[in-house]
Design a protein around this ligand. Sequence first.
Ligand code: SAH
Ligand code: SF4
Ligand code: F3S
Length: 439
Amino acid sequence: MTQPKKLFIKTYGCQMNVYDSERMAEAMGGQGYVTTDSPDDADMILLNTCHIREKAAEKVYSELGRYKGLKTAKPDLKIGVAGCVAQAEGEEIMRRQPMVDLVVGPQSYHRLPDLTAKAIAGERALDTDFPEEDKFEHLKARPKAARGPTAFLTVQEGCDKFCAFCVVPYTRGAEVSRPANRVMTEARDLVERGVREITLLGQNVNAYHGHDGGLAGLIRELATIDGLERIRFTTSHPNDMDDALIAAHGDCDKLMPYLHLPVQAGSDKILKRMNRSHTAEQYLKLIERLRAARPDLHLSGDFIVGFPEETEADFQDTLALIEAVKYGSAFSFKYSERPGTPAAERPQMDEAEKDDRLQRLQALLTRQQRELQDAMVGREVTVLFEKPGRMPGQMVGKSEYLHAVHVSGASLARGDLAKVRIVSSGPNSLKGELIPGEG
Ligand code: SAH
Ligand code: SF4
Ligand code: F3S
C-alpha cells in the first residue's frame, strides 16, 4: 500500500478561513493526503491567508521564508498559498517567491486537486478566478467521520458594502448565498456526526438570502433538526439586521443570546467617511430593539481607531458609544492602510496617536468585559462541553453567552450539555458547578 501524503495547512484570519481550510483538507483527502500538525514532515504546505491588515498580509512572506530550508532539503515538497492574500497578490507572490508552487483564491479552491496535480507535474499554477460555478457543489461530499460538538458552516460569502477601509469586497467578491436546502443537508450531516452547535458564517451573514425568510427563516428551519441544540451566526452588519432576525432572538430557543455586531466607530463623521451608511444613534436604537427582544443578549463588536482624520473628539464619541452599549466582548484594531481602498488615499494619522487611542479603547473594553463576566457569578447557565480542562476530571465548555466555563464532574463528556451554576470569575473564564439533578 502506498503511504498517504501529508498536508500541513496553516490558517490565518477569520472563521471563514477556518471553514475553508477544513474543506480544502477534505478535498485533498480525496487525493490521498492526510493532514499533519507539523510542516517538517509534510509533502505539501498550504497557507490559508488573510489580507485584512498589513500585519496579517506580511506574515505570509515571513512564514514562506521559514520554509526555504525545508524546500531545499526536500525538493518534492509543494508549497501553496490560498485565501485572501492569494486573491489580492497572487501574481506578486509568484514573482517574489519562486518556491511557491501554487496560488489559489478563496472562490476557486475546489480546483485545488487539479492545481496540485499540475504542481506535481512541475508547473507553477495560479487560479484566482471568481468562477460562475458554486465551489461547494464541486467539492467532494464531506466525509462521515465523527467530529466534535461544535462546527462552522459557511452560508454566505462576499460583501457588497465597500467600507472605505476594507479589502474583503475585493478578495472575496460579491455577496452570494448558498441555497437553504444545501445548507440544511450539510447541517443534518454535521449533526449525524456529533455536532450539537453550528455557527453560520458569512462576511455579511445577515444579508443571507438563500431562504425565502432570509437568515431568520434559515435559522428557524435549522432549529427543527433534532440533536442540533445551538445556533449562532457571525458576522453581521447593522443595516441587515431585519425585524425577522430581531424577533428570532426573542423566540427561537436554539438561537444563542450572543451577537457580534460590529460598529467600527462612534462618530457620525467617521462612520460616514467609512461608508458604514448608518449613524451611531441608529446603531444604538437597533441595540435597544434587540435587547427588548432578548434582554440578556450579550453583544460583541469590532472597532477601528485612527481612521484617517479621526480627531480626539471623534475618538471620544467611540468611547461614549461603548459606554452606552456595554459589550460582553470586542475586537479592536489600529486602522491599517490597505492598497486599493478609498481610505488609503486620505491623509493618514500619526502612528503613536493611534497606539495611544488603541490602549485607551482596550482599557475600557477590558473593564466592561470583566464587569459583565463577573456579573455571571451566582447565575445559572447551560454549558456545552468541548474538551478536558487543565485539572484532572475537569471539562471546559461554552455558556450560551460564549463564556468559557470550567467545571469538575467525573461524569462529564465531550458534547454534553449541562446546567451549571457559576461560582467564580477569572481573567478569561468562569468556573462553575453542576446543578444536581439537571443536565
Ligand atoms: N464583515 C465583517 C468583518 C470583516 S473584517 C464586518 O463587516 O463587520 C473584521 C474586522 O476587521 C472589521 O470589522 C474591522 O473592524 C477590521 N478591519 C477591516 N479592515 C481594516 C483595516 N483596514 N484596518 C484595521 N482594521 C480593519
Ligand atoms: Fe469589510 Fe465592511 Fe464588508 Fe465588513 S461590511 S466585510 S467591514 S466592507
Ligand atoms: Fe482576512 Fe479574508 Fe477573512 S481578509 S478576515 S481571511 S475574509
